[in-house]
Design a protein around this ligand. Sequence first.
Ligand code: PEP
Ligand code: MG
Length: 325
Amino acid sequence: DREQLLTLAQVPAVTQDGVSLTLAANISSLKELEAALSNGAVGVGLFRTEFLYMDRVRFPSEEEQFEVYRAVAQKLKGETLIIRTLDIGGDKQLDYHELPEEENPFLGFRAIRFSLERKDLFKTQLRAILRASHFGDVQIMYPLITSVDEVREANEVLEEAKSELAQEGISFRQDTKAGIMIEVPAAVAIADLLAEEVAFFSIGTNDLIQFTLAVDRMNEQISHMYEPYHPAILRMLRTVANSAKSRGIPVSVCGEIAGDVNALPIWIGLGIEELSLSAQAILPVKQSMLRTRASDCRKLLEDMFRCKTAGEVRALATQFYAEAA
Ligand code: PEP
Ligand code: MG
């Protein structure tokens, strides 16, 4: 039960045969960080900054953002904080800034596309993040990347922000890492190229599943087709993990599926180093880890790759822990 789970909060997440996984938190506010930390989160793998921009009357200033980012960084006491730059558009709108009506908002003007179009707003956010980097291990993550060009263009704005701050004599970490979300099939297909440009990958399975299977993640009529265990998804995850490994950059998973205990052998089998989870998923996943052998996960994953249907993959995943119990 809950109380028993809480005793695991400070226990390291290690399999029986010594493979460890960092279990970080997904948060969207300072308030959510409290819940994550009491559940034993090790750092923040995804700080969704949209909510800082929503529920207000205008874009947040550099100072307003900096205050929040710094507070989160300080509370983490040196543990990593990955701040995702604005992912507005799609399902998330701003009251004070009209975005064009779109037929397919998830495929539209959102995330890094918005930031690269509004470089003034983007630079304000990057300056705020950089200033917070002085107070902890703060890293930057760009959402919805589809090309090497986008990464380079975003990094150019980042470099401008850095030289401005340097000129103004404001403290920040010059070597602040910038990584990307892998959440579009195009990014998977060029993961080897992207790995040469960035410091880390974080796989956003929420969008990646939606785009790979062409299943709108908000459309209830087809929600039965939203299938994380689809062999196509497994293959994509493997491609990304292998590209990151060959380039020596860390790869994590931050979509909702990371909180599904039955999916755990997939991450361990693929050699993923970190999961970023909602607060309530951290301890159940850790509990499963403690009774799992990585060697069994690798074998299971081989079997999964021999499956032709999502149903078969899912059955293997479910059996794995059912048998262990
Ligand atoms: C994702 O797409 O998996 C993700 C983590 O980002 P969001 O849910 O905010 O789109
Ligand atoms: Mg996403």
